[in-house]
Write a protein that binds this ligand. Sequence first.
Ligand SMILES: [Mn+2]
Length: 280
Amino acid sequence: MNYGGLTDDFTNYSSSKIVVVPVPYDGTSTWGKGADKGPDAILEASENMELYDIETDSEVYLNGIHTLKALDDCKLPEEVADKLKPLMMSLFKDGKFPVVLGGEHSVSIGAFQAAAECFDNISILQLDAHSDMRDEYNGSAYNHACVMARGRELCSCTQVGIRSSCIEEKHNIDDYRIFYAHEIKYGGNDWIEEVISQLNENVYLTIDLDVLDPAFMPATGTPEPDGLCYRDIINLAKALVERKNLIGFDVVELAPFAESNASNFLAAKLIYQILSLKFL
Ligand SMILES: [Mn+2]
């Protein structure tokens, strides 16, 4: 399987501008399991997408999309980071635009480390229901609940869509850099401008799919009510690619349902629409 179900003409590594990195890791999730099935579900759904994007009037696959062999066989989240970081660094050095498919959110840590090492003047933009700012959880600093605490050790992090935190995380949260879901949903339209204006020139985007309302994205391990809608993310992505240099992104925490493909298809299409905006 490759992302988009493309023919060989558009999947060659050397000629592809985009590289998809499946990381089917689900070692630290605490409630709903199944994020290890996320990458395959996204790839399978992507083979059933239309490859023409209406809003941008473009066919982004013409830039080439290479899908790597899955990074698997890791037991601990530290091992995932140790393998993903050099892989991502090699992609950045080759001038590729990487898209990481999780897996649970701890897989982002290796991508953050690579981004911070390869780019100066960088920010991480997190879309998520959960602040993920615990110093450590269940004995590991690389647990999915700690991913943004690791991110903020590397560069400035802006958090969007948050609606679940524990009290111990508050000392790690910067009030200026967090945009709670209720403020976004019920507080007017200025939030996108405020988010973009605080980001550095280079931006790595991490999308935990539970940022979306469970009405749209039920197939995730830790769903939280009162979340964002698909259009909120597209509108933010539009402003992001127009004003900043998006260097890559990840989409994590899809835990597919056997009875419905809708969440899988949403994830596949969200990736394609962000790519369509980026390469317009
Ligand atoms: Mn998360």
